[in-house]
Every structure is written in structure tokens, then in C-alpha cells.
Design a protein. Structure first.
Length: 424
């Protein structure tokens, strides 16, 4: 009877998913900027067709302009359709940028080469490539375009000194444009990360404040009512002479004491004061005293700091195991071991009671189901060994890691100070 699952924290999965969505949204936004720029260039191409004198000044024929216009229109439309696709969007965008470089290089060459005023298109191209794919190596793309133009012009015998000047000038401009876009994008990502971290911190702070308020209300309301019930049950016990009435009063006292213990644990959880090891030790000692069943709690290895939800999962499993053993198995002893090894925290609960058939299905009993679900949620293991007359052994283990500190130093310090104020 075993449950296994890939050990991946659900909160981490959610965070990774949010990060992937933000990256995708950022890419789509910048790809849309690329699409708008292409529309502007297509509008310029239409103006060249509409004003023949402009085309003649650039030494461009109408067939070349029309072919360039249709070529860009086709692949720009394809890119616009697939840019949001998670698998193909980036690949198709990169391919269409390569077609942009090809079409711009051909147009510049036909318009007079590297001395053409259309060389500014390469600067626009560099900026767009660095915006969509922010990496220093993208500066090589316009250099490749200029290399192709230069090769064609050298074959025509163009003056080399002037071409070298143009290469140095436009190369420097492209490098500046790429460096500026990448730097601004990097700063934008850093600031976005800090803002998101601060936003998570503020949400957590609001949760802490609300938990503190609820904890105060529970302590003053429910806690006071349970304390009063315990006092009244003790008073009834002292007055009762009928054995049945006294037994009922004792049971009422026991139930109220159990409820107030549970309330105290809940308040500790809400205030992040719950300590798993000490809570387990206290629970075993209290239950042993109340049930007259020896419960031996052994801490084999000290666990690391883990989340409140994980601590609660282990404690609930211990509660369920001890409760089931006392109610149904009539054991003479119960052994509880908590061990941490190789990133896995394991709880073992074993009794020498009546035992049972684990394969027998019981309608309306959800204790074992809940323990399996807790193991599944945290990517852990739940095993149960039992047979009639052979006692029962339960193992519950999950991979644990120390809580991550996701905020920068200054923000974390502010979080610590605000949290201390809330506790006060």
C-alpha cells in the first residue's frame, strides 16, 4: 500500500509557472512591437510606389519595391499568426528576423550600397533583434548584413577607404543600439523581480496581520469558552455521585481539554510558532497520560526548518495513527520515530495491537485516505503494514527543503521589522 509522486513542491510549481507566463507575455509584447515596425516599413514601401521620384532617387525600380513589399507582407503575416504559440512562436520570429536581414540587405545594395540612406534600416533591425532576443551576440546579425553588402560592392570596385569609414560608423551605431537595449532590458527585469518580490511580501504581510487578528479573536472567544467548559466539567465531576454521571462529566472534561489543546496548536500555526518536534513530544506524552497506553516518541535525527503546512501534515498523520490505534487496536504500546535523512523526513508509527486487513474497504472511514492524499500532495510515500493479530506499522515520508528566502536583503530586513511589529 504505497503512494509515490515526483517530489516537487506545489508552491514552487506555481511560481515557476508564473515566471514562464511572464516571460511569454514579455516576448509577445516585444514581438508585437516588431510587427508594428514592419507595418511602418510596409507603409514606407507603399510611399515609394506612390511617389516615383523617391524611388528614382534611391535607384529602386517599381518591380523590386513591389517584390520586397509582398515578400515582407507574407512572412510578417505568418509571424503575426504564430507569435503567441508557446512552442513555435520564438522559432518563427527568429526565422522571420533572418528574412528581415536578407530583405534589408538586398534593398540597401540595390539602393546604392553602404552609402545609401537606407542603411538606417540596419540600425532599426539591430534594435528590434536586441529587443525581442536580448543577447550580446545579436550584434553579429547586422554585421553579417554589412559583410554581404561590402562583398558585393568590392566586386564592383567601390572606393575602399570610404566603405571602411561607413563600416566603422554604422558598426559602432549598431553596437551602441544593441548594448543600450540589452542594458535597459536587464534593468527592467531586475526592477520587475524586485517589485514582484515586494508584492509577494506585502501579500504575506497582509496574511500575517489577518492571521494575528483571527488568532486574537479565537483566543479571546473560543479559548475562553473552552476554558469555562473545563472548569464546569471539573466542578460537575466533584459534585457527581452517580458513577454514570461522573463518567459523562469526565468525558466532557476530556473532550474540552482535547479541543483547547487543538486550539492552542492552531494558534501556534497561525502565528508561525508551531514546532513539529516539541508538538509531537507533547502530544505523545499527553495521549499516553490520558489513554494509559505507553507512547514512546524518539527523535532519530533533527529535521530542518520546514513550512507550516508540511509540519501540520506530519502532525495530523501522527494524530490519526495514535487515535486509530487507541480506539480500535487496544495496543499495549505505541512507538513513534521521526527521522531526517538525505532530504527526506520520515515518520514511523508502530503499535502491537489487534491489527487489521488493509485490503478490506470500510465505508465512511477516511483516515487512511487522508494520509495518502497528504503524501501525494507533497510528493512523498505512505506505506501501511498490518494483519489481524500482528499490530500495525505506518510510514509517512516526504522530501523537505528549508524555506526559500525570495526577497532581496533590504526588502527582507523590512519584512522582518514589519513582522516583529505585527507580533507586538
Amino acid at each position: 500500500m504505497e503512494v509515490k509522486q515526483v517530489p516537487l513542491h506545489s508552491a514552487m510549481v506555481a511560481r515557476l509557472g508564473d515566471e514562464a507566463i511572464r516571460h511569454q507575455d514579455r516576448f509577445v509584447t516585444r514581438a508585437q512591437t516588431l510587427a508594428y515596425t514592419r507595418l511602418i516599413l510596409l507603409a514606407v514601401g507603399m510611399s515609394l510606389l506612390a511617389v516615383p521620384s523617391w524611388a528614382r532617387a534611391l535607384d529602386l525600380g517599381a518591380p523590386l519595391i513591389l517584390g520586397w513589399y509582398l515578400f515582407i507582407t507574407v512572412y510578417a503575416a505568418v509571424n503575426l499568426v504564430f507569435m503567441r504559440h508557446r512552442r513555435w512562436g520564438r522559432m518563427i520570429t527568429a526565422f522571420t528576423l533572418a528574412l528581415d536581414l536578407l530583405s534589408i540587405s538586398v534593398l540597401i545594395y540595390e539602393a546604392g550600397g553602404i552609402a545609401s540612406p537606407l542603411m538606417s534600416l540596419l540600425l532599426i533591425f539591430s534594435t528590434l533583434v536586441a529587443l525581442v532576443f536580448p543577447h550580446p551576440l545579436v550584434a553579429l546579425a547586422p554585421m553579417i548584413g554589412m559583410a554581404g553588402i561590402l562583398t558585393a560592392q568590392f566586386q564592383q570596385g567601390t572606393e575602399p577607404d570610404l566603405m571602411i569609414f561607413y563600416v566603422v560608423w554604422y558598426g559602432a551605431l549598431n553596437l551602441v543600439a544593441v548594448a543600450l537595449v540589452i542594458h535597459v532590458g536587464s534593468r527592467d527585469r531586475e526592477q520587475t523581480t524586485e517589485i514582484l518580490g515586494l508584492e509577494r511580501h506585502l501579500k504575506n504581510l497582509a496574511v500575517v496581520q489577518e492571521r494575528s487578528r483571527i488568532a486574537r479573536e479565537m483566543h479571546d472567544g473560543i479559548g475562553a469558552a473552552l476554558s469555562s467548559m473545563i472548569i464546569q466539567a471539573e466542578f460537575l465531576t466533584s459534585l457527581a455521585k452517580d458513577p454514570e454521571v461522573k463518567a459523562e462529566a469526565d468525558e466532557l472534561h476530556e473532550s474540552a481539554q482535547t479541543a483547547i489543546d487543538e486550539l492552542r496548536r492552531s494558534l501556534k500555526l497561525m502565528k508561525d510558532e508551531f514546532q513539529l518536534v516539541s508538538a509531537m513530544g507533547e502530544f505523545c506524552e499527553t495521549q499516553s497520560h490520558r489513554t494509559r497506553v505507553p507512547i514512546d516518541f524518539q527523535l532519530v535525527s533533527q529535521p530542518p526548518e520546514i513550512s507550516g503546512d508540511q509540519q501540520l501534515a506530519f502532525f495530523r498523520v501522527l494524530q490519526e495513527c495514535v487515535s486509530n490505534a487507541v480506539k480500535h487496536a487496544s495496543p499495549s504500546r505505541i512507538e513513534v520515530n521521526l527521522d531526517y535523512f538525505n532530504g527526506v523526513l520520515k515518520l514511523e508509527v508502530e503499535d502491537d495491537g489487534k491489527g487489521f486487513d488493509p485490503t478490506a474497504k470500510k465505508v465512511g472511514h477516511y483516515g487512511l485516505v487522508n494520509m495518502r492524499e497528504r503524501a501525494t500532495r507533497w510528493g512523498g510515500r505512505f506505506t501501511l503494514e498490518s494483519a489481524p493479530g500482528s499490530g500495525c506499522k505506518v510510514e509517512f515520508s516526504i522530501p523537505v527543503r528549508e524555506p526559500e528566502m525570495t526577497l532581496p536583503g533590504e526588502i527582507f530586513e523590512m519584512s522582518r521589522i514589519r513582522h516583529a511589529r505585527v507580533e507586538e
